[in-house]
Design a protein around this ligand. Sequence first.
Ligand code: ASP
Length: 454
Amino acid sequence: MKVCKFGGSSLADAGQLNKVIDIVLSDPARRIVVVSAPGKRSSGDTKVTDLLIALAETAIKGENTDLAFGAVVERYASMADELKLGPDIVNLISNDLKDRLAQVKTLAPAEFMDLLKASGEDNNAKLVAVAFQARGKKARYASPKDTGMILEGEFGDATLDPISYEKLSKAFSSFDGIVIYPGFFGYTKEGKVATFPRGGSDITGSILAAAVCADVYENFTDVDSVYPCDPRIVPEVKNGEGIATMTYREMRELAYAGFGVFADEAVIPAVRARIPINIRNTNHPNEPGTMIQQSRRVVPGTVVGVASADDFCNIVVEKYLMNREIGFGCRLLQVLEDEGISYEHMPSGVDSQCIVVKGKVLPKEKEIKVVQAIKRALKPDFIAVERDITILMVVGEGMCYTPGMLAKACLALASAGISMSMVNQGSSEVSFMLAIRRQDRDVAVKALYKAFFG
Ligand code: ASP
């Protein structure tokens, strides 16, 4: 059985929805279809989720909601109209939204916001099910409440309660035909609607794939495959080959450094259950896409991708004979723990220790506190915080035991006149990290792309 998830761009209008139905019907194994809310139809358009956020904000402020309400319903109505689904489904959606809006006075703002946001996927799943039925196919909408998608944590940033797996697995074992399931939300134990973070339909798909032990989790989006580097920096990457297969580890490293196909946390359930993930294009369904799995055949000396991420900070601490001071590293990290800061990398020298953190976790006021605390705890000879650092990640299982991979990257950067401030490679050898200045990023990514793929 395959679980397929279709993102907002795949469901933005009637034409896209027809493509989705064709894709699902072309393979009888595609039995569970997770849908997002309708996305943008063109670059200037607004996603239904954003329309719903605006609607919720208007209602919370106590202002007139007619315009914002109409904008949401119109998105579904135009699809239903074009697909000739009849008035019932649009009335159902419109009444559902009215019922939700009426709860503005009884719910806390965060709860009300989630109730409205979730309606984007919920109503879309109902409409998609009706669209399948209109083509004479056996398809049904399934609700996260009835199937046991239990969430916990904060509204708008909820996580799965693991007891859900058993409930979901049981619920799905009793379904036949095609099941259309709304992504992005579930219910708290108290019965309140709660959403995952934005983009959370990927999480729903991944959870269902794990719950039903799917053969594959197909994630349909609008790219043919994952490219080996960011096409906004290296446009010609689109003319070359995309990544056919990569391992979970490679995906994690690339996603960490900004590969935007999906958030790496989103696929944790599928990864833990060892379900292969296939990224595919709704607009080119014959393309095989990128397969992400536990292991793959690796060509020694090759890399799978080059990623870059901006806005890192480096806390540099130097102290003569640091290496002999027992507990130095422990006390340094204790300062970060006390301030609730998680670190990303820790390259070191004999008498120097760098701690790389994300810029957003170290705003200026916190930086001052952290520096003072480190001075008190460790009495360093020197401490400084460098900002605006970009990290480059060169990723590939093929680097393992292959001499010269790092040398190749360093030579490419040196030839482009770029100096690196840090280098970090773990013993897994699946990636190495190079730190550079933000202003050198584009030239650096181009140089690395040319060196490894050019
Ligand atoms: N519709 C939600 C969003 O725009 C969730 C999703 O599409 O995955 O974030």
